[in-house]
Design a protein around this ligand. Structure first.
Ligand SMILES: CC(=O)SCCNC(=O)CCNC(=O)[C@H](O)C(C)(C)COP(=O)(O)OP(=O)(O)OC[C@H]1O[C@@H](n2cnc3c(N)ncnc32)[C@H](O)[C@@H]1OP(=O)(O)O
Ligand SMILES: O=C([O-])CC(=O)C(=O)O
Length: 374
């Protein structure tokens, strides 16, 4: 990419507004949610506490957290009309399309009539997104109509329970909790910015979240965790991975799960999820995927100066927990919804329609030729 193109391309380095929710890459590395370091949140909080922090402004006390978790548990059931729609979606549909459709469908059944309802809509979606994806998955793949109204304590546990048909062990529930915290919020990334643009027109919450899901789907953004898994499973040893990477470099292919638009030295989420992936590798007795992942990480750093981003070790972590690859990015949705909804609320609180300008690079003004002369 030329320097001239790079300067303006992708709005890189330009501020597009204010937020009190998050900082990304200050001093090149850190990530904070409302002033808390994400590593501290991941070490000592439940995802529901972090969602509450993002949506309501402060970490909850014990009583507020218990009440919030109860509130979310009560909102896990799908309306019959949503189930009927999900049952029509074929098994080979992409699960991100299912998430997008499910969210949009809910917008027709439980429409946000006024912004006074925004917290209710945000919490309802937070509670029901795992139900949407697992209801469709289990119906289309296993032919069962699951009861999504479980009393699992956590959102991560609820998801794994519905997916596998049995409650998860403590390690898996802990990994899901950390994963959901790490993915929850990231300033003006592409999907969040989509949500804010939509909200800035005074549109409804479901529209903003549906648009954000569509944006997260791409392999340059949330879809990279699935793309990283597809790449890693081609190699069964570090040697194969090193050779495979050389081929990718020669063909100038992107290596998914590496690089970042904002971080320049490290993505702080990577070290956290990597350690949990290592624990899971020990649990399942893995001798291939984790060493292959580490070899890829080393080669990318040594030869390209590129570091693993949040998506890379999520691939192996999710695989070790038996989660199908195509459900990786929907888990990202289940988490990032908390950030998206918080941004929608922040945008609404101090709104001006988001409408930048473009540098025109097309034709000079010219006459319209008669149709037979074109
Ligand atoms: C949760 C998330 O969404 S994190 C991001 C997930 N996405 C991925 O992992 C996809 C792979 N990574 C990428 O495509 C990019 O690094 C992005 C999209 C994340 C960031 O894009 P940009 O900000 O445009 O990257 P940046 O300008 O830093 O790239 C610099 C150079 O490194 C190259 N590069 C960046 N990432 C990679 C990569 N993963 N593999 C190979 N080359 C890369 C770019 O092609 C670019 O080369 P060029 O100057 O010859 O065009
Ligand atoms: O910030 C970005 O551009 C992408 C990212 O890491 C995220 O959304 O988590």
């Amino acid at each position: 990419m030329s320097e001239e193109k790079k300067a303006g391309a992708g709005l890189r380095g330009q501020s597009a507004g204010e937020t009190a929710l998050c900082t990304v890459g200050k001093e090149g590395t850190g990530l904070t949610y409302r002033g808390y370091d994400v590593r501290d949140l991941a070490a000592s909080c439940q995802f529901e506490e972090v969602a509450y922090l993002l949506l309501y402004g402060e970490l909850p006390g014990r009583a507020a957290l218990d009440a919030y978790k109860r509130r979310l548990r009560e909102r896990r059931e799908l309306p019959p009309a949503a189930k009927a729609v999900l049952e029509q979606i074929p098994a080979d549909a992409h699960p991100m399309d299912v998430m997008r459709t499910g969210c949009s469908m809910l917008g027709t059944l439980e429409t946000e009539e006024s912004f006074a309802e925004q917290s209710e809509v945000a919490d309802r979606l937070l509670a029901v997104l795992p139900s949407i994806i697992t209801y469709w998955y289990r119906y289309s793949h296993d032919g069962v109509r699951i009861d999504t109204a479980t009393d699992d304590d956590s959102i991560g546990g609820h998801f794994l329970h519905l997916l596998h048909g049995a409650p998860p062990n403590a390690l898996h529930e802990a990994v899901m909790n950390v994963s959901l915290i790490l993915y929850a919020e990231h300033e003006f990334n592409a999907s969040t910015f989509t949500a804010r643009v939509c909200a800035s027109t005074l549109s409804d919450m479901h529209s903003a979240i549906t648009g954000a899901i569509g944006t997260l789907r791409g392999p340059l953004h949330g879809g990279a965790n699935e793309a990283a898994m597809a790449m890693l499973e081609r190699w069964s040893s570090p040697e194969e991975a090193r050779a495979g990477l050389q081929g990718m470099f020669e063909r100038k292919e992107k290596v998914m799960g590496f690089g970042h638009a904002i971080y320049k030295e490290v993505d702080p989420r990577n070290a956290v999820i990597k350690e949990w992936s290592r624990k899971l590798a020990e649990e399942v007795g893995d001798t291939a995927l984790f060493p292959v992942s580490e070899a890829v990480e080393q080669v990318m750093w040594d030869e390209k100066g590129l570091f693993a981003n949040a998506d890379f070790y999520h691939a192996s972590a999710y695989r070790f927990m038996g989660i199908p690859t195509k459900l990786f990015t929907p888990i990202f949705v289940m988490s990032r919804h908390s950030g998206w909804a918080a941004h929608v609320m922040e945008q609404r609180a101090k709104n001006r329609i988001i409408r930048p300008s473009a540098d025109y690079v097309g034709h000079e003004l010219r006459p319209v030729p008669p149709i037979d002369e074109r």
